[in-house]
Design a protein. Structure first.
Length: 721
């Protein structure tokens, strides 16, 4: 399509299609342990630097609408969204490569895409093309592309009676590229087996269960994979081979439902995982065994096949809390009890899950490549029901509703699927999805939820400011817990918020401490890990014992830091109702927050504003667009804010759970963050084991402050290293 587009405009193109060793070359440049396709992307870009003047790196966020179900999200994976952002930062001869990065959102109006293309062309070839030129070239290229896609449907022919054919399903860049697919399609051909790709499958109505499942999937490629698999199981002689990549987190979610579809129809399948190595050894043996299984199945008598108990294809997600006990994931011991108390005050039996290092470790038995919080939360949910003899059918787990391209949107469905594997007695335990603000319960609950995050978050912040300097060891932690319990009384209605704040401050004022000079360490990273004392192996206290003072960002401040970018993105997406609702809520909360800031301000400083006119410029420093989304994007905004508030920070620590896509994207930006701020960035990945991870901090703190330091100048908003 893009070759056709540029050819029409008279621009010569070269491609990276036949470049050798793209995975191994890209792996050296990536800066994080990505999946093979992402490493290959870096290799493709680097291989074109000497062959072209400009590299075309469009930013893809979302696929076209499903015509029959236009409300369904069809995002590309999180890495896809940020691949161009990251690869465009590759340095060649000390300079950043020249690249065109138009935003291509197939869900949006085509006029936006054409404008993006014109803007990108004018950046490098000013004045040569007008909008009409670009529009005609784009329309022609799109028409050409669609015609070829339609012709792909003509390739497929159903198997003759007794004939085995194979559907190669997976991501197109994994299955179709010779640099990625380990010659798997050719090997099938050498054995006389005809293969097809997902694009060639007929478009037919999905079965009822798969149709429900497609509503729950927000990714474009997995949805296409599952729809093609559904067709495959209903076609005699056609068998699927799922080709996936090592460390592809979205595929690890998809595989669960791929297997369930196949098991429901008692049909064999083959899964082949591509890794970073060049060797093809091992694939041939598995393919030969798979073909034998397919042929044996085709010859077998369907009536004599052993019937196995099957798990449901599509999980059922709860939509009501009426009469239910609501369990909340426990990622912050100061905040979540307040959130639970707030819900208890409106008649919801809300409780906080219990977490231990042993539970986290045990939950890894469930893990098949997903980011580990999903497994941890599932096991804790099941164990809580068992420990307190709750009725599973009367219990639901709260999960955040999300439309991000990362895995969070799949958490509710996948957790329900994992629960079903725990046996019939647990099958009735439900999962409920709601807004992080809990606004769907009521506006008042939403406002008080904000206060729960504000009071709990600021208690943690104050604790970090005092504890390293306390004169009586352990006093700060004791007082902080007492203050949290005072706030719990306020949330269940036994005390006014004003009185609770006064009492908490009075207790904090009694702590004796003496400030000394300690290096400041700012923590950012994954939502579930950064404030989770169990998951992050008590990171804050570890830093303090090693001689540092920790800087954290309370959740209410975090909401304000990211809100400007969020509202701008929603406005561009014409989500005006959401903008009005959440902007009004945030404005109301900021006004109410100021009532309590008179008391809290003596510790936490001035109240921060949600207004940041430079948000787009700050993101642009990392080649990030306002239209992108996710924690990587938010981490950058948080880092800019930290440097404004704490220009003397000595170390950034990024906390990651294993297999977390946004965390790896942020990790890949670490060198750029260090270059911009002059502050080292240390990434710590928690893999679910009890192996100590925080020891790597010691040398950083020992030499904190040695060498260049950064200054932040408010008047011109630039970092000087």
């Amino acid at each position: 399509m893009w070759q056709k587009f540029f050819h029409t405009l008279g621009i010569k193109t070269v491609t990276s299609e036949f470049l050798p060793d793209v995975i191994s070359n890209g792996k050296k440049l990536a800066g994080a342990e990505f999946c093979a396709p992402m490493s290959a992307f870096y290799g493709h870009v680097d291989g074109l630097v000497d062959k072209s003047d400009i590299i075309f790196l469009p930013i893809h966020i979302e696929d076209k609408k499903d015509e029959k179900n236009p409300s369904r999200l069809r995002k590309f994976c999180y890495y896809t969204q940020f691949s161009s952002t990251l690869a465009s930062r590759i340095k060649h001869n000390g300079k950043e490569i020249a690249s065109m990065k138009p935003l291509i959102n197939h869900r949006a109006n085509q006029l936006k895409t054409k404008y993006e293309l014109l803007k990108s062309l004018n950046q490098f070839i000013p004045g040569q093309f007008n909008f009409l030129d670009v529009s005609k070239a784009y329309d022609g290229a799109l028409k050409y592309y669609r015609e070829i896609k339609l012709k792909l449907k003509e390739i497929y022919k159903e198997p003759d009676k007794g004939e085995v054919k194979v559907l190669l399903t997976g991501r197109p860049y994994t299955v179709l590229l010779n640099s990625m697919n380990k010659d798997i399609p050719d090997f099938f051909a050498s054995l006389g087996i005809e293969t097809y790709f997902t694009d060639s499958m007929p478009v037919v109505e999905p079965s009822k269960s798969v149709d429900i499942l497609l509503d729950q999937f927000h990714w474009a490629h997995p949805a296409a994979i599952l729809a093609a698999t559904d067709y495959c199981v209903r076609t005699e002689g056609l068998y699927p081979v799922f080709i996936t990549s090592f460390k592809c987190s979205p595929d690890s979610f998809t595989l669960e439902y791929f297997k369930r579809i196949m098991d429901e129809h008692e049909k064999p399948y083959l899964i082949l995982q591509i890794d970073d190595h060049d060797s093809n050894v091992g694939y041939e043996t598995r393919i030969e065994a798979g073909i034998r299984a397919f042929r044996n199945h085709l010859k077998s008598d369907t009536k004599k096949r052993k019937k196995a108990s099957k798990l449901p294809v599509a999980p059922v997600i709860e939509t009501s809390l009426k009469g239910k006990t609501l369990l909340l994931p426990n990622w912050d011991p100061l905040v979540l009890p307040l959130v639970a108390a707030n819900l208890q005050n409106v008649g919801i039996d809300a409780r906080v899950l219990e977490e231990t290092t042993q539970m986290i470790s045990s939950s890894m038995k469930m893990n098949t490549g997903q980011c580990i919080p999903v497994n941890t939360i599932t096991l804790e949910y099941v164990e809580y029901i068992r420990k307190y003899n709750l009725k599973p059918e009367d219990t639901v787990l709260w999960m955040m509703k999300s439309g991000w391209a990362c895995n969070i949107a799949m958490y509710p469905s996948f957790i329900k699927s994992l629960i079903e594997k725990e046996g019939i007695e647990m099958a009735g335990a439900g999962v409920y999805t709601g807004e992080l603000t809990m606004v769907e319960i009521s506006p008042l609950v939403s406002i008080k939820t904000y206060f729960a995050y504000m009071f709990g978050g600021n208690l943690k912040k104050i604790g970090c400011m005092i504890r390293p300097y306390e004169l009586i060891k352990g006093e700060t932690d004791r007082v902080i817990l007492e203050a949290r319990d005072i706030f719990k009384k306020a949330f269940i209605g036994e005390l006014s918020f004003t009185d609770a704040v006064k009492q908490a401050i009075e207790k904090l004022d009694q702590i004796e401490y003496r400030k000394t000079d300690k290096p400041k360490v700012a923590i950012f990273g994954d939502l579930y890990v950064r404030d989770n004392e169990v998951m992050n192996q008590d990171l804050i206290r570890y830093i303090e014992k090693a001689g540092g003072e920790v800087v954290i960002t309370p959740y209410n401040d975090y909401a304000k830091i990211i809100s400007g970018a969020l509202f701008k993105r929603w406005t561009k997406e014409l989500k005006l109702q959401e903008v009005v609702l959440f902007k009004s809520l945030l404005t109301a909360m900021e006004v109410l927050e100021s009532r309590y800031h008179n008391y809290l301000g003596k510790y936490i400083g001035k109240q921060i504003s949600s207004k940041n006119p430079l948000v787009e410029k700050e993101l642009a420093r990392f080649n990030i667009r306002i239209e992108q989304e996710g924690e990587s994007y938010e981490n950058i905004l948080k880092i800019f804010h930290i440097m404004k508030e704490h220009p003397d920070v000595s170390l950034f620590i990024q906390t990651n759970p294993a297999f977390c896509c946004p965390s790896l994207v942020t990790e890949a930006m670490s060198k750029e963050i260090e270059s911009l701020t002059g502050v080292p960035v240390l990434t710590i990945t928690y893999d679910g084991t009890e192996t100590p991870k925080n020891d790597v901090i010691i040398p950083y703190l020992k030499y904190a402050g040695v060498g260049n330091k950064s200054e932040y100048h408010e008047e011109d908003r630039v970092f000087v290293g």
